[in-house]
Design a protein around this ligand. Structure first.
Ligand code: DOR
Ligand code: ZN
Length: 433
């Protein structure tokens, strides 16, 4: 296959230029100036006017399989990924059973291979059952394909267990992903603690509940020399702690999610349970600090924290509803706003949505270098579209962005050279022009 005339954006090669890309045997065979690769005898995709990037990688999703297939399956979740422009996702372990043994990781990979829509990299549980009592077998899990360890959904409350997890993970060169939350301080909180929670009469979760644990885990990363990754950063204070730890040379990386730079706690105003997420939506000042952290590099990656829930868990009074929102199909559109606003260059954004995740998790991909897997995303930057959660490939509908107009979307996604999602009409329309 030959993809012709797209603006190729590949941060790994500091490349942002119109190029033709030749694919062969599931890999990138040749990258060359426009018009220099003959199209005869090849399938040609005319991509003038589109942006071609390394396949986007979402390093934080919940696919719910095994155990909660009524919310999402590996097939529906990876279809949502492909639709959203993602060629690879890291699957969090809070399934049922929890991914605390190698057989669960193997099962996840088999299901993903059978669906054939996106690469799925399991994240293994830190502790058995994510109960925070005893460590799982990291070595077995690494052999089974796990790329990181985390008890995501829950913090590791014991500092001693977290220390041991970091030491153990270090021997396998696995990053430890911290869901940073002090459960006692969170208490019965259901949204950010501030003016809005006071007005609504809902119990609050203070920013400090996140920051205390970010600080603890940074301290433990310093103690152990292990690789630490902070998940779903939502507060200004957490951004600043990570910034300082990086300046001090700690092996730390961090991600935020599109909802933390797109929404504030005001979104909870109508008791909309789709805006109930953990960590909670914060304030305008936090939102600004998240953007600044993305801009100056304190935050390495954007991950959706795609967390599907059915109406059974969401059509409830706010206190009783589950935490989480779906993000795979809106992540790129929301994140492109950072480019349209001038917060990030396009190349910086693509690094945060692909290359940096690949580097943190040690994945193939994240680049369009010759020899890399042909995992690609074609993006129409100008395309305005309206979010219609009813049309999502995801099984769940818990999306607070329903009805929003976004600018820019993936129009074709390829994994290993195979088209897994495509809006053929959009490609040819732009391609002709
Ligand atoms: O909002 C959230 N939903 N935060 C988490 O940490 C877990 C996730 C889930 O699994 O639903
Ligand atoms: Zn989490």
């Amino acid at each position: 296959m030959l993809i012709k005339g797209a603006l190729v954006v590949d941060p790994a090669q500091a490349l942002e230029a119109p190029m033709d890309l030749l694919l062969a045997d599931g890999k990138i065979a040749l990258l060359s100036p426009p018009g220099t690769i003959p199209g005869e005898g090849r399938r040609v995709v005319e991509a003038r006017g589109l942006v071609l990037t390394p396949g986007l990688i979402d390093m934080h999703v919940h696919l719910r399989e095994p155990g909660e297939e009524y919310k999402e399956t590996i097939e529906t979740g990876t279809r949502a990924a492909a639709q959203g422009g993602f060629t690879a996702v890291a699957a969090m372990p809070n399934t049922s059973p929890v991914n605390d043994t190698a057989s669960v990781s193997r099962y996840i990979r088999e299901q993903a291979a059978a669906a054939g829509l996106a690469r799925v990299y399991p994240v293994a549980a830190i502790s058995m059952g994510s109960r925070g009592e005893s460590l799982s077998e990291f070595g077995d899990q690494k052999e089974a394909g796990a790329v990181a360890v985390s008890d995501d959904g829950k913090p590791v409350m014991s500092s001693m267990l977290m220390r041991r997890a970091l030491e153990y993970a270090r021997t396998f060169d696995l990053p430890v992903i911290s869901h940073s939350e002090d459960l006692q301080l969170r208490g019965q909180g259901v949204m950010h603690e501030g003016l809005v929670s006071l007005t609504l009469g809902l119990k609050g979760i203070p920013a400090a509940a996140e920051e205390i644990m970010v600080f603890r885990d940074l301290a433990l990363a310093g103690l152990t020399g292990a690789r630490l990754h902070i998940a779903h950063v939502s507060t200004a204070g957490a951004v600043e702690l990570i910034r300082r730890a990086k300046a001090a040379g700690f092996k730390v990386s961090a991600e935020t999610a599109p909802h933390y730079f797109s929404l504030t706690d005001a979104a909870v105003g109508g008791y909309d349970t789709n805006a109930k997420v953990n960590p909670p939506l914060r304030t305008e000042a936090d939102l600004a600090a998240i953007k600044e952290g993305l801009r100056d590099g304190a935050l390495d990656a954007i991950a959706s924290d795609h967390a599907p829930h059915s109406t059974l868990e969401k059509d409830l009074e706010f206190e009783a509803a589950a935490f989480g929102l779906i993000g795979l199909e809106t992540s790129l559109g929301l994140s492109l706003k950072l480019v349209h606003e001038g917060v990030l260059s396009l190349s910086q954004l693509i690094a945060k949505m692909s290359l940096n995740a690949a580097r943190i998790l040690g994945l193939p991909g994240g680049t369009l270098a010759v020899g890399a897997p042909a995992d690609l995303t074609l993006i129409d930057l100008d395309r305005e579209w309206t979010v219609d959660a009813g049309k999502f490939a995801s099984k769940s509908r818990n999306c607070p962005f329903h009805g929003w107009t976004l600018k820019g979307r993936a129009v074709m996604t390829l994994v290993g050279g195979k088209i897994v999602s495509s809006e053929q009409s959009a490609v040819s329309r732009k391609g002709r022009g």
